[in-house]
Design a binder for this molecule. Structure first.
Ligand code: SIN
Length: 486
């Protein structure tokens, strides 16, 4: 039996990679159980694809570039948007039951930054969960994949400058060295390092931290996207998302007196790009204004269209059909990450990255809504096909292990999350970033999360202009960005 490809992470990107790598043996290592702790499971919006009458791949490309403040890699954006219709078809072929109208046509939703209705969804606002369920079932049935739950990757192993395996701790606490023909990081983002996040607690940047510890190149680390509307629950770090699709269906952001928050700030109002809306909500909250999403006029059956939001709100005593929902921005998506080429190769031979942990430049400075599940599936399939035919060179020399080392103690980690939220949130300044950087450098001997925060803060300090999701209150926006004051 040949040496397996090791895939770390069982979200949509990891699963798509695993399927496409057939028939090479794959070991899929999942930190939690069955991918349930991945951000994919929580993705509500859906998957963007130019499938509607009058829509086009070019229009999808234009919206992606505009949302990304033209910091995107245009060729990769073109490739991704052109793939989207085929990705939807492939997923449907795998068994994903996308929502359709009475005539069997795909229902297309609208989200912020999109000039057309082009979001396909499944189970209403439970699209990520639907994709994950279907792909996980396929992977579990695939004879070339060995799936292991409860496994923490502690280190990357290198020999002769090439990644040749991983060191892991298994569910029963045992340590194991696994040899690999290639290691794929599909570990998701780092939203959980912020005090308020729509991500699950496991989205804490471990994959990125592992890659940096081993010497891989990272890119665009300053670009963290803040979703404008998470359910505002006090004293909770991981917050339920209140999907942007609700604004696409007519919900509006208002203050406690019912006055619209966005009128006049930006032409599409409530459907302005995500960074614009997030800054507006953040600023209003800072000014002591209570921000509510008034979805009481959204038509249709909520149990079909928005079951996830409905359940999350009802669980906290809010019926969104009759009562506006209190919302807050929350760290949502990392545009930056491990630098990869179009196929997912990192700068370290033998190491690959896919999905949110990777930065291929496709999202630029701010991801367009519903382009992330698309990226995970499209890039996962492309990478998997490459790995299926991989013939790695023999490796020689001393083996060395590059690990995360200790993590921060819980109280310190909580302090770091608060620090990042205030200094590196939707509105940033050199003074606040510098203070936070200084503090994190002081903590960096205590745990890997502090070292990762240092890398993010240093990148944010280096970029002196406002661009996309990186908004510096002390700097003028770059000219190529259509500047909208918060
Ligand atoms: C949402 O449903 O608002 C989020 C979708 C996304 O992150 O693309």
């Amino acid at each position: 039996m040949s040496v397996p490809v090791v895939i770390v992470g069982a979200g949509v990107a990891g699963l798509a990679t695993a399927l496409a790598a057939a028939s090479r043996p794959v070991r899929l290592l999942c930190r939690g159980v069955a991918g349930a702790g991945s951000a994919s499971a929580l993705a509500q919006g859906g998957l963007a694809a130019a499938l509607g009458d009058g829509d086009s791949v070019e229009a999808h490309v234009a919206d992606t570039l505009a949302a990304g403040a033209f910091h995107n890699d245009a060729a990769r954006v073109r490739w991704l948007c052109a793939q989207a219709p085929a990705v939807v078809e492939w997923l449907a072929g795998q068994g994903v039951e996308f929502d359709r109208d009475g005539a069997g046509r795909l229902q297309l939703g609208r989200e912020g930054g999109h000039g057309a209705a082009r979001i396909v969804h499944a189970g209403g606002d439970a699209s990520g969960a639907a994709l994950l369920r279907t792909l996980a079932a396929r992977v579990r049935a695939a004879p070339h994949v060995c799936w292991q739950d409860g496994v923490e990757v502690e280190a990357l192993r290198l020999r002769g400058g090439r990644v040749c395996g991983v060191r892991v701790r298994t569910a029963d606490g045992a340590r194991e060295d696994i040899d690999a023909a290639a290691v794929v990081l599909a570990t998701g983002g780092l939203g959980a390092l912020f005090a308020r996040s729509s991500n699950p607690p496991g989205a804490d940047g471990t994959g990125l931290a592992l890659a940096l510890a081993a010497g891989a190149r990272a890119r665009d680390l300053e670009f963290v996207q803040f979703h404008p509307t998470a359910l505002d629950l006090p004293d909770r770090a991981s917050l339920p998302l209140v999907t942007e699709a609700l604004r696409g269906a007519g919900a509006r952001l208002v203050d406690a007196a019912g006055r619209p928050l966005l009128d006049g700030a930006h032409a599409p109002g409530d459907l302005a790009p995500r960074d614009v809306v997030a800054r507006r909500v953040w600023q209003a909250l800072r000014d002591g204004v209570r921000v509510l999403l008034d979805a009481t006029r959204v038509a249709g059956d909520w149990t079909q269209r928005f079951p996830t939001v409905l359940a999350a709100c009802l669980a906290h005593g809010i019926d969104p059909r009759t009562t506006p929902i209190p919302v807050t921005p929350a760290a949502h998506f990392h545009m930056g990450g491990v630098a990869v080429d179009a196929d997912g190769r990192t700068s370290l031979p033998g190491l690959y990255a896919v999905g949110e942990v990777a930065c291929s430049g496709v999202h630029g400075a701010n991801r367009l809504a519903s382009n992330s599940l698309l990226e995970g599936v499209a890039c996962g399939r492309r990478l998997g096909a490459l790995l299926a035919d991989l013939s790695p060179p023999p490796v020689h020399g001393e083996e060395c292990c590059h690990g995360l080392g200790a993590g921060l103690a819980p109280a310190r980690l909580a302090a770091l999350r608060t620090l990042l939220w205030h200094a590196a949130g939707p509105l940033r300044s050199a003074a606040a970033l510098r203070r936070a950087l200084h503090t994190c450098i002081g903590w960096s001997g205590e745990g890997w999360q502090a070292r990762l925060a240092v890398a993010v803060l240093a990148a944010a300090l280096r970029r002196r202009d406002s661009l996309g999701a990186h908004w510096r209150v002390d700097a003028a926006p770059m000219r190529r960005h259509a500047a909208i004051a918060p």
